[in-house]
Design a protein around this ligand. Sequence first.
Ligand code: KG4
Ligand code: ZN
Length: 336
Amino acid sequence: MEDVLILGIESSCDETAAAVVKNGREVLSNVISSQIAIHTLYGGVVPEIASRKHIEKINQVIEQALKEADVTLEQIDAISVTYGPGLVGALLVGVGEAKALAYAAHKPLVGVHHIEGHIAANYLEHPDLEPPFLCLVVSGGHTHLVQVKAYDSFEIIGCTHDDAAGEAFDKVARAIGLGYPGGPKIDKVSKEGNPHAIEFPRAKIAGAEFDFSFSGVKSAVLNYLNQCEMKGIKISQADVAASFQQSVVDVLAGRAIAAAKKLGEKRIAVAGGVAANSALRQRLKEECDKEGIALCYPSPIYCTDNAAMIAAQGYYEYIAGTRSGWDLNAVPNLKI
Ligand code: KG4
Ligand code: ZN
């Protein structure tokens, strides 16, 4: 079979990204223009600023992705783009750009689900990984346990009832004065803290053994901080961070392993920004080794938002015959 080159475009939140991927697996280029510096000034992502930055950067980012891959737009087989879920104004920039390029260059257009892209990030560095497998998707907006039945067939086994895991990391980081983005900062300071210093809750959902809830642990941290302030006790940022992280990691790893055992899945993949968390990786590795379950996760650069993962998923949809029409639109709350 001839090589298939996909140009991926991603703009669902605060990264403007473009990438060229060969046959769904080999990254020829992966360009990411991050807006973190500007959103840090506001303590979180400001949607309108995100859209404005995307429109400013997107052409440059795509040009660079083609250049680094040493290909022209003519050599690309199809253009894949994230069309949801995400911030509507941010998504529209990528979708509009992808449609214009596909129309002008007479290329097929493939709209990709952002979370399915996060899952596909695992294909980029694990050539032997093929469905079926269980995927723990943990990002800023999503916490899902997904049974990946085929490259384009997914079943949600569990999901969060309130905050996403990454959202809880970001909120707790802000409360203890670490700032935005919280996940990587909590990960770092936790290394100096005692994960057993404070007992934060690990919520269970009655009647839904693989679902999650993180608003309780977040409130427990806020209560703890208020209590300390009232009593004039100086908190240890590292102990609070490590204890909070321990609680989240216990729940994520515990549910993922339990679901894999119940479903008879022999392989767990992890995806999304929180998959970069070192404590989560370590715990899952230990638990999977004990249970004889294979574990894989992407390098940190492919865990957080990028377009290589969108090109990877786009490839599998393209070869399965999926095509988006010229009426493709952004769908901010797109379901898997
Ligand atoms: O997947 P992603 O880049 O964007 C979304 O689609 O949401 O995930 C971003 C989330 C943020 O909440 C960020 O704090 C979290 O991933 N994150 C981490 C780490 N790196 C990023 N959380 C915990 N530990 C990390 N090392
Ligand atoms: Zn994401």
